[in-house]
Design a protein around this ligand. Sequence first.
Ligand code: AMP
Ligand code: ZN
Length: 114
Amino acid sequence: MSDCIFCKIVRGEIPCARVYEDDHVLAFDDIHPMAPAHVVIIPKKHIATLMDIDTEKNNIMNHLIAAAQKVAKVKGIDARGFRTAINCNVEGGQVVFHLHMHVLGGRKLQDELG
Ligand code: AMP
Ligand code: ZN
């Protein structure tokens, strides 16, 4: 996906503040943080939305959860707690159409689910 912003980050064409990376995922600080810790975790392979995950063939959710655990430890919010969120499509509030999991923490989060 040549003009996908997150694919450009994966390819190193746009810089990011990397928090964690493995063969399957990349995690970086959100450019507009909604909390003291706000990290976005993306699959390196382009998948547009949660609805486009082929759960029979692709274990990406497991990789995203494993990365969220690593990110929480890096950010020092693993014990205090944090929130994960995946916005799906327009009414779910998705703006960037490359699957991503938000990890938010570092303050007491209110009921901000919209
Ligand atoms: P969503 O609304 O779930 O699609 O969230 C997209 C998120 O990506 C937003 O929180 C943006 O602030 C974040 N974002 C967009 N561009 C960048 C970028 N270049 N680097 C880091 N985060 C970004
Ligand atoms: Zn992409």
